[in-house]
Every structure is written in structure tokens, then in C-alpha cells.
Design a protein around this ligand. Structure first.
Ligand code: SAH
Length: 355
């Protein structure tokens, strides 16, 4: 392996930090050998903290109505062909009941930015879930809201919030989003979430249009400095009804490479092997776990709406992506030496680390 690459991997493992220029080198000069070396270190780092446990989250897509027009996203408001839906409280609770019986102890409520979901409505939903399932964590992934709103949802019992920063490079951010969206606002929301007390997740797509090794290096540096509790990364996959319909999809190998790097940057971070990774590569989930991921988020949405939450073409929602197929997923995970566990799966901070 390239001597410099070798040194950078060692430095990363020792210090948990590289400069932006070094991250860029690590990405631009990656090789099969480097990927294997990183995955090996990432795996042992993860095992020291989490053993062979893989945490599962039941993903409930509560609605695809969205006021935003992100250029990459299939449920952007300009997509007139998207069949819109929203779940009511009863439907969401039914999903939780089914998920609980299947062994899920975290429910992730994800959706577009939809004014229908006021604080009052969401607080009601969160309180109901927490009342029925006090041993479960509730994670929200509902985009940008006001600080007071994040506070109210937290007070109602929400534990975690996922808000991908999408890219840590300002000018890249503006190539992916319409002018009315703001890079500063997104980053501010992440800081507010953290200060409010949520376990907070950031993240980015791999291979999004106009992304470079330089912008990815900034994503890694941002993650290093922000020290999120969770970090969601998955390959960009084009959607036919978006301006990026003809852009190439991201790369599964690079996604896995970055999962390993993220594990080494911040050992306790919860890293999902995402649906997008599983959609791009039939073995994506397995490869993601082997590279350092320790979370999977199978789909718990009602079957009748699953196809409608189409962020990108051919998004998987059946097979191992389906919560109902948990036993099969458990076998898949077991076949590579890991174990699906029925636990909330909160972040284990350094203080809990097994020496
Ligand atoms: N409205 C919420 C949830 C967004 S959907 C929010 O703003 O956070 C969750 C994630 O899906 C997004 O953050 C984005 O990174 C990812 N995503 C959207 N379109 C995608 C595409 N075409 N390919 C891959 N991932 C995509």
C-alpha cells in the first residue's frame, strides 16, 4: 500500500483526527488494500465498544408531503407525480404495535416537512408511543423546525433526532438545494438539537452531484468536530422526477470506505448500513456492517404507503428492508458474525467503553 496512505490510517487510528488535506488524500488515493485495512481497524474498534451487537430501528415514514424542493429528493414539492400521503396517529401506533411485537425498541418517525404535523400533533403522537412503550426510544427525522418546536418534542419524550447536514461545504450545499434553503440554518438546527438534549445524528450522501474528495473531506472534518451520536451515510441514487435524474449514482465501495473512516474518527458513533446502500448493492447491508456499521433500520411503514415514500428510484422496502422480515435479516447478520439485539441501542460513550 501507498506509504502515505498507510501512515494516515495509523494516524487516524491513534489520534482520531486528520487535517482536511489528509482526509482528502485518504479519499482520493483509496485502494482495495486501504479499504481492507480500514475495515479491519473499524471492526475491532466497534467490537471493543459494542461487541457483535447490531441495533435495529423500526422506520415509520409518517408522510411524504414536503414544502422543500431539494434537487436530489423524490418527494420534493415540485414532483407532481408523487402520490402524497400522511399517516394518522392511529396508523402510526399500529406500526409501533407491530414493531414492538417483532422486537423493535426504537421507532424512527421520518417524513417530509409538512405543516400539518404541528408541535401539538407530534407531541400527542410521541406521548402516546412513550405511554404504550416506555422502554422504547423515539427518534425523529422531520427536517428543520424552530428551536421551540425541537424543545417541545423533546419535552414530550422524543429521545433522538436525525438531521443529515447533507454536505459540510457551503457552495456544494447550494448546488443541491434551492436558493430559499440555507446552509447556516441547517447547521444551526443541528447545534440546537444537540443543545436541547437529543442524541443527535448528522450525515451526508456519498456521490451526490458535484461532490468531490474535497467536499467529502469537509464532511469528515465536520463529523469529527461535531461528534454526533449517529451519522447516516448512504449513496446518492437518482430519482426520475428530479433535476438530478441523469446524474450517476454514488458508489457502494466508497460508502463502506467512509463508514470505516467514520468509525475510526468517532468510535462510539451509531452508524447505519442504510437502505440506499442496500438498494445500490444487493450485499450492501452486509458490506456496510463489515466496514463498521452497527445499525439497520428496516421499514415498518404500512404496506399501503411504502412505495410512495420514494426518495430515489427502486428504493427497497421489501426483503431484508422490511421489518416483517426481521428473522431473515437476523440470519443475514449472523452469517457474517454479528447479532441483531432487542435493545434501545443508545450510544455508549467513552466512559462505558470496555478497556
Ligand atoms: N425531511 C427530512 C427527512 C429527509 S429523507 C429531513 O430533511 O431530514 C432522509 C434522507 O434521505 C435525506 O437527509 C437525504 O440525505 C436522503 N436522500 C434524499 N434523496 C436521496 C437520493 N436521491 N438518494 C439517496 N439519498 C437520498
Amino acid at each position: 500500500m501507498d506509504k502515505k496512505l498507510c501512515e494516515l490510517i495509523d494516524k487516524l487510528e491513534r489520534t482520531r483526527s486528520l487535517t482536511c488535506a489528509e482526509y482528502e488524500y485518504l479519499i482520493a488515493h483509496r485502494s482495495r488494500e486501504a479499504a481492507d485495512a480500514l475495515a479491519k481497524k473499524a471492526d475491532s474498534t466497534r467490537r471493543q465498544i459494542y461487541g457483535n451487537a447490531i441495533y435495529i430501528r423500526g422506520l415509520i415514514e409518517i408522510g411524504n408531503i414536503c414544502k422543500n424542493d431539494c434537487l436530489y429528493c423524490g418527494i420534493r414539492k415540485s414532483n407532481r407525480n408523487c402520490k402524497r400521503y400522511r399517516l394518522d396517529t392511529g396508523q402510526i401506533l399500529e406500526c409501533c404495535a407491530e414493531g414492538y411485537a417483532l422486537g423493535f425498541r426504537t421507532f424512527v418517525l421520518q417524513g417530509g416537512e409538512d405543516a400539518f404535523f404541528t408541535d401539538e400533533i407530534l407531541c400527542g403522537i410521541i406521548r402516546s408511543i412513550k405511554k404504550c412503550y416506555p422502554d422504547c426510544a423515539v427518534t425523529l427525522s422531520l427536517g428543520e423546525r424552530e428551536p421551540i418546536s425541537y424543545q417541545r418534542l423533546f419535552d414530550a419524550g422524543a429521545d433522538r433526532y436525525l438531521l443529515r447536514h447533507e454536505t459540510a461545504d457551503r457552495s456544494h450545499y447550494h448546488k443541491l438545494h434551492p436558493p430559499e434553503m440555507s446552509f447556516d440554518k441547517r447547521m444551526e438546527c443541528l447545534r440546537t438539537l444537540r443543545e436541547t438534549g437529543y442524541q443527535t445524528g448528522c450525515g451526508f450522501m456519498v456521490g451526490s452531484p458535484y461532490q468531490t474528495a474535497g467536499t467529502l473531506a469537509k464532511d469528515l472534518k465536520f463529523t469529527e468536530e461535531f461528534r454526533p451520536d449517529m451519522c447516516g451515510i448512504g449513496p446518492f441514487i437518482p430519482h426520475d422526477a428530479t433535476p438530478f435524474c441523469n446524474m450517476p449514482a454514488g458508489n457502494a465501495e466508497l460508502t463502506c470506505y467512509l463508514l470505516s473512516v467514520l468509525r475510526l474518527i468517532h468510535p462510539p458513533v451509531l452508524l447505519p448500513a442504510t437502505t440506499a446502500l442496500g438498494t445500490l448493492d444487493p450485499d450492501g447491508r452486509k458490506k456496510g456492517i463489515l466496514a463498521g456499521a452497527n445499525v439497520v433500520m428496516p421499514n415498518l411503514s404500512p404496506l399501503s404507503v411504502r412505495k410512495k415514500y420514494e426518495l430515489y428510484n427502486n428504493k427497497l422496502c421489501t426483503g431484508d428492508e422490511s421489518a416483517q422480515a426481521k428473522e431473515h435479516l437476523a440470519q443475514t447478520v449472523q452469517s457474517i458474525g454479528y447479532e441483531i439485539v432487542t435493545e434501545r441501542g443508545d450510544i455508549k460513550n467513552e466512559t462505558n467503553k470496555i478497556p
